[in-house]
Design a protein around this ligand. Structure first.
Ligand SMILES: [Zn+2]
Length: 414
């Protein structure tokens, strides 16, 4: 007796009838409800004419010292004397949902474990089937947004995700800024303009009116959809999308030149350029000393790479500087002029991009001054994107992203 303890079961309105040890491992706790009466499913009246017990059901409950626990209960049935045919109704309890094989406490615990994890991993940890884990997810996380719970949107994000690496199948995630970070509004099955427009139209008017800005990539499908549905909202192209674009242009030059150098230089000399890719793409002042040395050597060998690098770095500097929309526009246009004068063909596609989206790109400078929201937003989206690989069902994606973002609030640790 000296190494035994009593622990309260902590389920409301039940009496423990019996506790049995199961083999090979587990506890079975038989309980009965201490509540009398039920509500008639037909007329809604309180009824207390006891009819009998249902067959026993076993519910998985929180483990005790890692040993699995089941609760067994025979639900009580009551008759309604008011309705024709005296129909019976099963008493419901607060600690389990009808048709669920688990107690609520167990399912909430499972949800917390699933946050930032995977269904497969949780199913292994808890020795459950993946279908069971998904069943719990379906009982606790909705598959679409509940507009009634949202009071304000202010900034909306539209981002696409390739569900398989290198695939052209995209889904679109629509997010919005909350006081604590980012929340998810929808996962759309494709990135067609109509699909995005339809979704934007489905946002209740009272919320549409609160949207001040929309962050998106430079994709005309999104931007035309936003202009059509939310004409009051400012479209903001995030600087990271822009940077990706011009760094790719510069990188094309680097690759072409390396090809040439590989043919012209002795092997040992060419080998010195290994590992310069990241040094080339990153802002120069953030580089380590050795990286700078390596990169500088490459720039000396190839004036074309040097030029592409300088142009790319100059743009990054513009985005780093504390510009207003107006001064940023001037700086970017002056930059574009230099590119045209020097006839750097590699940046042609970026010049077109600028031509199309300069207004949206420079809106970023307004946004940064007023709220600075886009800055952190993009990093959060990146993390979310990585979570989406291998999940192909848009409802599931919505559930999983919702759980990752809100799980710790909705299912707090005790
Ligand atoms: Zn009734």
């Amino acid at each position: 007796m000296e190494n035994q303890i009593h622990i309260p079961l902590d389920l409301p309105d039940v009496r423990i009838l019996e506790v049995n040890q199961l083999s090979p491992q587990g506890w079975l706790i038989r309980v009965e409800s201490t509540i009398e009466g039920s509500t008639c499913g037909k007329c809604g009246r309180e009824i207390d004419a006891f009819h009998g017990y249902d067959a026993p059901i076993r519910l998985r409950h929180l483990p005790l010292f890692e040993v699995p626990v089941w609760i067994e209960i025979r639900p009580k049935r009551y008759r309604c004397p008011h309705c024709e045919g005296s129909p019976t109704n099963t008493q419901s309890t607060t600690w389990y949902q009808r048709r669920s094989p688990n107690t609520k406490a167990y399912e909430q615990w499972l949800m917390r474990i699933l946050v930032n994890s995977t269904v497969r991993d949780v199913s292994r940890k808890l020795n459950l089937s993946e279908a069971s884990v998904n069943g719990v997810l379906d009982r606790w996380i909705e598959t679409r947004v509940n507009w009634a719970e949202i009071h304000q949107i202010s900034v909306l994000g539209i981002d696409e995700i390739a569900l398989k690496r290198g695939h052209r199948d995209y889904v679109v995630i629509v997010t919005y800024k909350t006081s604590t970070g980012v929340s998810i509004l929808a996962v759309l099955p494709d990135r067609k303009r109509e699909t995005v427009e339809q979704f934007l139209a489905s946002i209740p008017l009272r919320l549409q009116a609160t949207i001040e800005g929309v962050c998106s990539d430079m994709y005309s499908g999104y931007i035309t959809a936003v202009r059509a549905q939310l004409p009051e909202a400012k479209v903001i192209v995030d600087r990271f999308h822009v940077a990706q674009n011009y760094r790719d242009c510069a990188d094309t030059v680097r690759k072409q030149e390396l090809k040439r150098l590989k043919q012209e230089l002795p092997k040992a000399e060419y080998a010195l350029f290994k590992g310069t890719m990241w040094a080339f793409r990153k802002p120069y002042e953030t580089l380590q000393w050795e990286e700078k040395v390596k990169l500088n050597r490459l720039l000396v060998y190839s004036p074309a790479i040097e030029q592409a690098h300088t142009l790319s770095q100059q743009l990054t500097e513009i985005f780093e500087a504390n510009h207003t929309k107006e001064t940023a526009t001037q700086a970017i246009l002056a930059w574009a002029k230099r590119v045209r004068q020097r006839q750097v063909k590699a940046f042609d596609s970026f010049l077109t991009t600028l031509n199309n989206w300069l207004n949206e790109i420079t809106n970023y400078f307004i946004e940064r001054q007023t709220s600075g929201f886009v800055e952190g937003f993009n990093n959060r989206i990146k993390v979310l994107k990585r979570r989406c690989f291998g999940i192909f069902d848009v409802s599931r994606l919505f559930q999983r992203l919702t759980l990752d973002l809100q799980g710790y609030t909705r299912f707090p640790a005790i």
